[in-house]
Write a protein that binds this ligand. Sequence first.
Ligand code: ATP
Ligand code: MG
Ligand code: MG
Length: 554
Amino acid sequence: TKEKSLNFIEQIIEEDLKNGLSQDKLRFRFPPEPNGYLHVGHASSICLNFGLGIDYDAPVNLRFDDTNPAKEEQEFVDAIKKDVEWLGFKWDKEVYASDYFQQLYDWAVEFIKKGKAYVDSQSSEEIAKQKGTPTQAGEDSPYRNRSVEENLDLFERMKNGEFKEGEHILRAKIDMASTNMLMRDPIMYRIINASHHRTGDKWCIYPMYDWAHGESDYVEQISHSFCTLEFLPHRELYDWFLNQVYDENKVRPKQREFARRNLSHTVVSKRKLLQLVQEKHVNGWDDPRMSTISGMRRRGYTAAAIRNFADTIGIAKRDNLIDVSLLEFCVREDLNKITDRVMAVLDPIKLVITNYPEGHEEWLDAENNPEAEEVTYRKVPFSRELYIERDDFLEEANSKYFRLTLGKEVRLKNAYIIKGESVVKDENGNIIEIHVTYDPDSRSGSGSEASKRKVKGTIHWVSIPHAIAAEIRLYDRLFTNENPDGNKEVDFKEFINPDSLKVITGYLEPSLRTAKDGDKFQFQRLGYFAVDKDSTNDKLVFNKTVGLKDTWAK
Ligand code: ATP
Ligand code: MG
Ligand code: MG
């Protein structure tokens, strides 16, 4: 059904279709555990599963893998739904592993009756000691041959809340000599005395991931269950559990594995991201430095850019570290297309045009977005006193310096050609004002001879009496190390960059006064910036999303 070259996941699906699986039986799922906010790694998995849904016109379930009430919360469920929607995907059913707690329990009772499960009453330390090693068989639990009646009685009482955590567990009775350690009588249920965000206090036994996941896939009739590589050894157990309940007339779900996506200079693990939040290394899950989807959104990344990034890196069979600059490239590429160009000065120095009439102002035309299909213009105010960037001026410079210097000309973007005349210094010799003259005939777009004059540089500016001051948050990498998670000896937090956030005041052209949370702009010559949710009516706050690739000359 597909022409382009297929990745190995698509090949598996195509093979199954060839072997008789009908196309209308295809169904996928994205199965997050609601124990944190989704991160860029999850974005890959979302794009994979929902992308397959689109390509094969198949439904995709959003399944919350909510089997551990001690770590899961409604807040995370809500955040996950918001992120998947924001990325642009629609799920078929919103489902929860907890929807199947009764079914899973009933199946477990069947297992006990068939001699395929037993209640073990040892401590977890004792059980661990009997596990053996990959080259040495494990030892049977003394409870392995409990009678069916005793098992049924204990299991029911576990469910009824008669025991404390750790007193009993239910184990599948498989093979204590298996070369796959996961097959050595794995745990199916443990007692947890915590309130569940959906089932409340109804249950005090909770299924383990391996027990719940495959059976949930089966209940939902998922055809292909894609997970990350660390689950490869779990596949045998996934299949064993399925074999016990499988009915031949139904779709048999298939677990297949792909490589986890890791991103350089960050961590992609909810547990580690949670530590950053709890220990206040960042300001919440949606801090713009975080690798979370909500952090990237707040930073100003677009859903299209993240989807494009996920498609570009594709899926792999081996774990590897993707350079964050590739993600930034995708972000820049999209923002270049969609953002309006505006002028903002972030490190201001005052410039006075000595031959421009005092008290006068004029409103000049400025192009919004040269990449847009239909080019539109806005008005920007111009006056005698402007801010320009401090590093756009040098008193003396060589011929390779294309910005402002004494005795030479530059163009003020959208405005006039000016010539550096003199500087005013404070008692320490620091320049506090630059005095220039302008050529009144050189206004951009006026069509005059002087307006067509070629000068070497163009610099941006804002009119001081019209400028709005705004808080600008500049970000650096959150970790100084490319792979903060890569060294098992060193805690990832050792690599936190102490200077990852810098807050400054910038001066913006007044058209930005009406900008709203989430609006994105290119501050010309500086980069892409997005309005932060901390903005108020009195004060705008911007996040620097990403710098420009230095195309237009400084
Ligand atoms: P974490 O350790 O961050 O909690 P997880 O795998 O336990 O990750 P889940 O909520 O269970 O998180 O993941 C939901 C889905 O997203 C799973 O199918 C999982 O394999 C996938 N996934 C998680 N992290 C990544 C990643 N870095 N790259 C690709 N897929 C991922
Ligand atoms: Mg996890
Ligand atoms: Mg998980």
